[in-house]
Design a protein around this ligand. Structure first.
Ligand code: TXA
Ligand code: MG
Length: 321
């Protein structure tokens, strides 16, 4: 049985006992465990079916607690001051006395850290008082959850509890930025636009497009090409749609689809990000019920959160393998 919790103190108590607890953040729901507890961290990988080479993000109540585990330079401190709490994850060198289990970081000498901008998450993290390792609370390779119902669909029965914070405000995961020796590099576009990061620390190395960089690299081991996959095939940059397809619309919808979900009629990138994963889930479920051939996605051009949306759609459309 997976319990639905209202009180972040109950969630913290379960974490202390070594249990897995899904909790809301501003981006997506995370599947949390005590990052200092090897057995609890191993349970995360098992519950998600996640490969052990894919490292987890550690969540903290504030920047000082995060920087007690990793070495922060001036760039990291400037970014934390500007964007935390918020949807930015920093990959930094582990300190020699870092308490986070090596398994949580997939054995790397770096650790990904962030302070989420969500009142319930912060209350839970403060009460818990230690690092909480948390990937998105979905089965590995599937669409990230942005509501407690999504988490229940993905992991119900496999985890102790879900802290109920309703729908997530941002809707796509955090931006992952590597601040290692090679200079700042964007590992995953996300909730903080890269332009906003560059306004603080100057030029950031951009990733290759998901299509151009199919293999996970040592620097970003988790960037598997096929990810966020609905069960129905997804077709990108649709300019027309067939009667046996579901449509993911952005702006005035193409005519003729069997069913349609609108990301943002006004083409607002933030509204579209908030609606993205829920819309994909609904189209997939309803499309399968109706026996449709697949999902056609209209182009989502522009900057801001649009690059994160395009990244998730490209991964969702990639061949499974
Ligand atoms: O918004 C988010 O980031 C959500 C919420 C729950 O905080 N979490 C999330 O976690 O999206 P996950 O596990 O689904 O994605 C973490 C990403 C993966 O692509 C992983 O490879 C990368 O961060 N990552 C984690 N630690 C890393 C490290 N030490 N070096 C490079 N990449 C790392
Ligand atoms: Mg994920």
């Amino acid at each position: 049985m997976t319990a639905l919790l209202d009180d972040p103190l109950d969630a913290a108590a379960l974490l202390r006992a070594g249990a897995l607890v899904a909790f809301p953040t501003e981006t997506v729901y995370g599947l949390g465990a005590d990052a200092r507890n090897a057995a609890a961290v191993a349970e995360i990988f098992a519950a998600k079916g996640r490969p052990h080479f894919n490292p987890l993000i550690c969540h903290f109540a504030d920047a000082d607690s995060a920087f007690a585990e990793v070495r922060a330079d001036a760039r990291a401190r400037a970014l934390a001051a500007r964007f935390w709490p918020g949807p930015l994850t920093l990959v930094l060198p582990r300190r020699a006395d870092c308490r986070v289990e090596l398994l949580a970081g997939a054995g790397l000498d770096t650790l990904a850290v962030r302070v989420p901008a969500h009142d319930l998450a912060l209350a839970m993290l403060r009460a818990f008082g230690g690092p909480v390792a948390a990937p998105s609370a979905n089965r590995s390779g599937r669409v990230s959850p942005t509501s407690p119902a999504h988490v229940m669909e993905e992991l119900g029965g496999r985890i102790a509890a879900i802290l109920d914070g309703g729908e997530c405000a941002v809707g796509v995961e955090s931006t992952v930025l590597d601040l290692g020796a090679g200079g700042a590099a964007l590992l995953r576009p996300g909730g903080v636009p890269v332009e906003a990061i560059e306004a603080v620390i100057g030029p950031v190395g951009r990733p290759l497009s998901p299509e151009a960089a199919p293999a996970p690299t040592l620097r970003s081991p988790g960037l598997l090409l096929s990810h966020y996959a609905p069960v129905l095939p997804l077709r990108l940059d649709a300019r027309e749609v067939a009667a046996d397809e579901a449509l993911l619309a952005f702006g005035p919808p193409l005519a003729g689809a069997a069913i349609t979900e609108q990301l943002s009629l006004a083409r607002d990138d933030r509204e579209a990000a908030r609606r993205l994963f829920g819309a994909l889930r609904r189209l997939d479920a309803e499309g399968r019920r109706l026996g449709l051939r697949g999902i056609a996605a209209m182009p989502v051009p522009g900057g801001g959160l649009a690059p994160a949306i395009r990244d998730r759609l490209a991964r969702a459309a990639a061949p499974r393998g």
